[in-house]
Design a protein around this ligand. Structure first.
Ligand code: CP
Ligand code: NVA
Length: 331
């Protein structure tokens, strides 16, 4: 049966079948090739989208803006300071208003319930641009990047997420790998492994049982062996900055180093990261934290800049995959 995603929300990969995810990845490969060839497709001509950001962003915002403009759509950006949402107007009322004016709504914020409430009331597709518990558009970009660099299908690959195994990226990876039949290891300290949401794991495992994926939460370095991808993320996500001292204590042994990469026993193992990344002290935050005695680098400069690192391909692919989501749902 042909895949048709018109009118669908994009809140989590758990709402999509493996075939639908395959369709989005194929569309992204195609849109990327067309952009490279200078072929204009104008798939969103006459459409308008709005971007709601309650957290900061570089890649996600730019990916939506450039993706929409490439395809001929108009874009409005609202941050939490410049809109009434949540302060003087409910989420539901905001959704109803925006749904009267726009063809699609992107939301980045804290609680997954907010993006769900927007979706329930907007009457137009709502896209999740990151919440505290999910970052599904990032996984599409990462899978596109894997397909460009690894000569094996996703269901023959092993992805190891190293670090804060209970964050939005780790959960989004669990869902994505479960859907695509990929082996996934969340590798981190025992204390954080114990905090992985049991319901997230249960739902991912239920899908994995159907697709042949394996979802493993582990503190054992032996599980790095055979990885095709080592993936990491910052140790304290947006909104969790007060956790930095504790996370540095727990996660310093899980910093991605050349020695950790060698434990995969795969010289071609990719290094991946959603970005932004702390890999040196050239940012105000890394510098300030170091002055307080906390080295917050989750990856060394050596690994970040190595030939195995594909982090900027991932960043570019945010645009091609987000464009695919918009084209598929409102195009
Ligand atoms: N990876 C990612 O979502 O980056 P931004 O926070 O810059 O959007
Ligand atoms: N876990 C990170 C991802 C940033 C793209 C955060 O939520 O801050």
């Amino acid at each position: 049966m042909a895949v048709n995603l018109k009118g669908r929300h994009f809140l989590t990969l758990m709402d999509f079948s493996p075939l639908e995810i395959r369709y989005l990845l194929d569309l992204a490969h195609d849109l990327k090739a067309k952009k490279r060839a200078g072929i204009k497709t104008n798939m969103l001509e006459g459409k308008n989208i709005v971007l709601l950001f309650e957290k900061t962003s570089t890649r996600t915002r730019c990916a939506f803006e450039v993706g929409a403009k490439d395809e001929g759509a108009g874009v409005t950006f609202l941050d939490s300071k410049s809109s009434q949402m949540g302060k003087k107007e409910t989420i539901a009322d905001t959704a109803k208003v925006l749904g009267r004016m726009f063809d699609g709504i992107e939301y980045r914020g804290f609680d997954q319930a907010v993006v769900e409430e927007l979706a329930a009331n907007a009457g137009v597709p709502v896209w999740n641009g990151l919440t505290d518990v999910d970052h599904s558009t990032q996984i599409l970009a990462d899978m596109l990047t894997m397909e460009e660099h690894i000569a094996k299908p996703l269901n023959k690959c092993k992805v190891v997420f190293v670090g804060d195994v209970r964050n939005n990226m780790a959960y989004a990876w669990m869902y994505g790998c479960a859907k695509m039949g990929t082996t996934f290891v969340a590798y981190g300290p025992k204390e954080l492994c114990e905090q992985v949401d049991a319901d997230v794991l249960k739902r991912a495992n239920a899908v994995a049982a159907e697709t042949g994926a394996k979802i493993i939460v582990s503190s054992d370095a032996a599980d790095l062996k055979g990885a095709d991808v080592i993936y990491t993320d910052i140790w304290a996500s947006m909104g969790e900055e007060d956790q930095i001292p504790e996370r540095v204590r727990l996660l310093t042994p899980f910093k991605v180093t050349t020695e950790l990469m060698a434990k995969t026993e795969n010289p071609d193992c990719l290094f991946m990261h959603c970005l932004p990344a702390f890999h040196n002290f050239d940012t105000t935050m890394a510098k300030q934290q170091m002055e307080l005695g906390y080295d917050i680098r989750e990856v060394t400069e050596e690994v970040f800049s190595s030939k195995n690192s594909v982090v900027f391909d991932e960043a570019e692919n945010r645009m091609h995959t987000i464009k695919a989501v918009m084209v598929a749902t409102i195009g």
